[in-house]
Design a protein around this ligand. Structure first.
Ligand code: NAI
Ligand code: MG
Length: 357
């Protein structure tokens, strides 16, 4: 199994180092893993002037999976748009056609108190958002800022989805629902936007292929409200790029800790990019404070979706749960009075738990 490892900037290299400890435990058991490290984001700009050097892209395209840390930082904020670290990630997603973005939002029983919502609302929460990642208003043409007939500036973007783009991500939603509680909620704004009328039509057309899945539709404004009112009503949510961007950030905060949440971005060939949902956290970089669990849980997703070893995914997730049950906490998930461990100590604890299971 060939894994491209892209640590990136800020806390990226610190948390990726902890993920590698987990991979080393599995390697010691005889699992064959080839790890190739390459620069991306600001780290790559510093070395080559390009946030996604051709050699890094080639490595990713030839790998079974990409393990990605985080990118960005104040040092790069003044660069032209094309050279900014974020462009490197966007180009990588597009080049590898990573159209299905899976973002689980799960509340671990030990961390219920970390949520800003009441425990009875979030305890037991386990949602998966499937967000389309390579289309929609983010990529539609034409777009720009122009002067209109009245001599006033106007900004415009185009919301566009082809039938095939909707169909392939909707299949992902149904298939994910089949592996879970078999409930799929498709989110759109069909009462106002034609593009999302097509979305609803196509999702409805393929539903008969999945008779075991209960399909519902919800308008995005209602979905935003329902996510905080009664989030446990959802199992899998499938939606477009723009609505998914917003709803997945909302859902992630139900769990109370950005340092806990992994993600997967997949293409039709089964390749995937696995990264925590948070950024490079420049405010805590280099201090050993970052929580590596989102990165470690991203490794679990990598085994599940690209490397076809769900057994290893489950062992890693179990190791994380056992570390939380032991009361081991980085600063971001600690309650007042609880002891705090460093990034490295958290990674060591998960590695030890993994060896024991
Ligand atoms: P951020 O997610 O990096 O940080 C937000 C807050 O959460 C900060 O207070 C940070 O310390 C904390 N935090 C994040 N991850 C944590 C972890 N693992 N453990 C403990 N605390 C953690 O978002 P921010 O500050 O808006 O952006 C910083 C940089 O990251 C920017 O340059 C931004 O463009 C970039 N970014 C990169 C992403 C990526 O690589 N996919 C995603 C989001 C932002
Ligand atoms: Mg976002």
């Amino acid at each position: 199994m060939k894994i491209a490892v892209l640590p990136g900037d800020g806390i990226g290299p610190e948390i990726v180092a902890e993920a590698i400890k987990i991979l080393e435990v599995l390697r010691a058991e005889g699992i064959s893993l080839e790890l190739d490290v390459a620069p991306v984001g600001g780290a790559a700009v510093d070395q080559t002037g390009d946030p996604l050097p051709p050699s890094t892209l080639t490595l990713c395209e030839q790998a079974d999976a990409v393990l990605f840390g985080a990118i960005g930082g104040p040092r790069y904020d003044t660069l032209p748009r094309e050279q900014r670290p974020e462009r490197g990630l966007l180009r990588l997603r597009k080049a590898m056609d990573l159209f299905a973005n899976l973002r689980p939002a799960q509340v671990f029983p030990e961390l219920v108190a970390a949520s800003t919502l009441r425990p009875e609302v979030v305890s037991g929460l386990d949602i998966l958002i499937v967000r389309e990642l390579t289309g929609d208003i983010y990529f539609g043409e034409p777009r720009g800022i122009r002067t209109n007939g009245a001599g006033e500036r106007e900004g415009f973007n185009t919301m566009v989805y082809s039938e095939s783009e909707i169909r392939r991500v909707a299949h992902w939603g149904f298939q994910a629902a089949m592996r879970r509680q078999r409930r799929l909620c498709s989110v759109d704004k069909m009462n106002v936007l034609e593009c999302t009328q097509l979305w609803r039509d196509v999702v409805t057309e393929i539903a008969p292929e999945y008779p075991e899945v209960t399909l519902s539709h919800m308008l995005v404004d209602n979905a935003a409200m329902q996510l905080v009112r009664h989030p446990r009503q959802f199992d899998v949510i499938v939606t477009g790029n723009l609505f998914g961007d917003i709803l997945s950030d909302e859902a992630s905060m139900l769990t109370g800790s950005i340092g806990m949440l992994p993600s997967a971005s997949l293409n039709a060939r089964g390749q995937g990019l696995y990264e925590p949902i948070h950024g490079s956290a420049p405010d805590i970089a280099g201090q050993g404070k970052a929580n590596p669990l989102a990165q470690i849980l991203s490794v679990a997703m990598m085994f599940r979706y690209s490397l076809h070893r769900s057994d290893l995914a489950e062992r890693i997730e179990e190791a994380v749960r056992s570390v939380l049950a032991q009361g081991i906490r980085t600063a971001d998930i600690a309650q007042a009075g609880e002891g705090i461990v460093s990034t490295g100590q958290m990674g060591d604890a998960v590695a030890t738990a993994l060896r024991a299971h």
